[in-house]
Design a protein. Structure first.
Length: 276
């Protein structure tokens, strides 16, 4: 069933679990994620990142994902991830995304808040949720212009009170796109933010975190974890293994019927780790 971000994050925050937000890049990984969520009777978020938005028009993405979400036996949110242009965020709202993220993390906090306030006033009447980011979560690769900055408590409080987003992404040592190592989370800063804020918190860069830290935060105020690298790596390794084991195989459907269950298993493990 199609839902927005607010309607699945509030129950998660109240219930001491978190919802997995998977970046997907086509039908196969989206299908694997929804299958995993249905098997666990868990809510889930299908997310489109900048790379996917540039690869495929948003209208076509929604045409592919919306029927899948509407027909799912569990709540499924369709989310536009990190987007830096207000007009594109509003276009996503009009296109049919049920959640959007405006990333104003590189802006002064006053400009970030003003942009979120504008987007909230546009998105909420259409039933679309809004995610903001305060502080700046860096990238291990591919986004060298993105700075690294821990979330300041005073700025986060100002965003919650003045911008009124439905969720807030925070930077506490997490890093996007880590492939082969993990990072330490600043749990002291997390506790300060948790005590000062009431809205659901979001962690990006889940693939680079230790399971113990994920479980601690999921049981507290983090209600959404973004996952990209882990699922992409499973897709790549499964695809290579399938083709190497059957060198003459060329039929796409046959290949994907072997790859999808492996991605589904990975998604299921992450959903379970988050408490669902």
């Amino acid at each position: 069933m199609l839902t927005n971000l607010k309607d699945i994050l509030i129950p998660a925050q109240d219930g001491g679990y978190a919802v997995a937000c998977f970046n997907v890049f086509g039908y196969e990984d989206a299908r694997a994620v929804v299958d995993a969520a249905e098997a666990r009777n868990a809510s889930v978020i299908l997310s489109i990142n900048l790379d996917m938005r540039q690869f495929m028009p948003m209208e076509q993405v929604i045409g592919m994902l919306r029927p899948m979400a509407e027909n799912a036996q569990v709540p499924v949110c369709l989310h536009l991830d990190h987007t830096y242009e207000i007009d594109i965020v509003k276009q996503a709202v009009d296109t049919g995304f049920t959640s959007v993220m405006f990333d104003g993390s590189q802006l002064p906090i006053s400009e970030n808040i003003a942009a979120i306030r504008d987007i909230v006033s546009y998105a909420h009447p259409q039933g679309t949720s809004v995610e903001a980011e305060v502080g700046s979560v860096p990238y291990a690769s591919g986004r060298d212009h993105i700075r690294s900055a821990l979330t300041e408590v005073t700025e986060a409080v100002a965003m919650e009170e003045q911008g009124k987003p439905d969720s807030l992404a925070i930077s506490i040592g997490n890093v996007h796109r880590l492939e082969d190592r993990s990072v330490a989370i600043d749990l002291d800063r997390f506790t300060e933010l948790e005590e000062a804020l009431s809205l659901p918190l979001v962690i990006h860069g889940t693939s680079g975190l230790e399971n113990k830290d994920i479980q601690i935060m999921a049981s507290r105020q983090v209600a959404k974890f973004n996952v990209g690298t882990t699922l992409r790596k499973k897709f790549g390794t499964s695809l290579r293994a399938t083709l190497e084991s059957s060198p003459d195989l060329f039929d796409r459907i046959t290949i994907m019927q072997q790859v999808i269950p492996n991605m589904c298993s990975t998604a299921s493990k992450i959903i379970r780790l988050l408490g669902q």
